[in-house]
Design a protein around this ligand. Structure first.
Ligand SMILES: O=C(CO)[C@@H](O)[C@H](O)COP(=O)(O)O
Ligand SMILES: [Co+2]
Length: 249
């Protein structure tokens, strides 16, 4: 569903005013886990661009999901069915390094972790990059942007959490919009326009335009996507993906 559009909202800076590619990433958290392969195939066929693989450890966050074995099985399933799509791993675990290595082996295209969960953030980022994946840092609603300052060279993506991590289906925290604007201009000031801004939590067709205007280019959606299965066909996501696309057009 990648599409290009021109950001319109203030404040206009040289990069925020540029034509940007927007991408929709489907969070597996709200998929039907009993048929995860089919769910992921269906949402990609309907136009999602990437798969967002939420990993929770019941320690860093109070919830427990899936690990590298499921990621690897999903990767194999997609390959077997001729589907090409990046799997973005969102690690909500502490510590991170051992799992980074396992998810690299499991075929992750990118790995994003929370700086509070790594004792050596720079080392963890380099571990991801050296393993051939893109490296991301996830900022919780209360995490300051300037934690990026001394590691910016080894960051490919900043994931701005618009809910507190741990659960799908939460409401978007409105203060995130201000944080996104701040992050966009902070990256401009640091000549780091190459760093992608991703938003995760409570993203819906009704708010995606405002989120894009604030500076994001990669949008994670879980409940709004998988929760809107077509009544007639449990694996039909065409109309909901179209609603996201239309909101950004
Ligand atoms: O990482 C997380 C939650 O911790 C997210 O990826 C959510 O799973 C997104 O789900 P919705 O808020 O879109 O339902
Ligand atoms: Co996530």
């Amino acid at each position: 569903m990648t599409f290009r559009t021109c950001a319109e909202s203030p404040p206009m800076t040289s990069s925020s005013n540029a034509i940007r590619d927007f991408q929709l990433s489907a969070s597996i958290l709200s998929a039907d886990f009993a048929c995860l392969g089919a769910e992921v195939e269906a949402v990609l066929a309907s136009g999602a661009d990437r798969i967002h693989f939420d990993v929770m450890d019941n320690h860093y966050v109070p919830n427990l999901t899936v690990g590298p074995m499921v990621c690897s099985a999903l990767r194999d399933h997609l390959e077997k069915h001729g589907v090409e799509a990046p799997i973005d791993v969102h690690l909500m675990v502490e510590p991170v390094d051992a799992l980074i290595e396992q998810f690299l082996d499991a075929g992750a295209a990118s790995i994003t972790f929370h700086p509070e969960a790594s004792r050596h953030v720079d080392r963890s980022l380099r571990l991801i990059r050296d393993g051939g994946a893109e490296a991301g840092l996830a900022l919780n609603p209360a995490t300051r942007i300037d934690c990026l300052e001394h590691v910016l060279d080894v960051v490919d993506r900043v994931l701005v959490m618009s809910v507190n991590p741990g659960f799908g289906g939460q409401s978007f925290i409105p203060a995130t919009l201000g944080k996104l604007r701040q992050l966009r201009s902070w990256l401009d000031d640091h000549h780091a326009q190459r760093v992608q801004i991703e938003v995760d939590g409570g993203v819906k067709p009704a708010n995606i335009r405002d989120i894009a205007d604030a500076g994001a280019e990669l949008f994670v959606a879980g409940s709004a996507l998988f929760g809107a299965r077509a009544a007639a066909d449990p694996h039909d996501y065409d109309s909901v993906v179209a609603r996201f696309r239309d909101a950004l057009a």
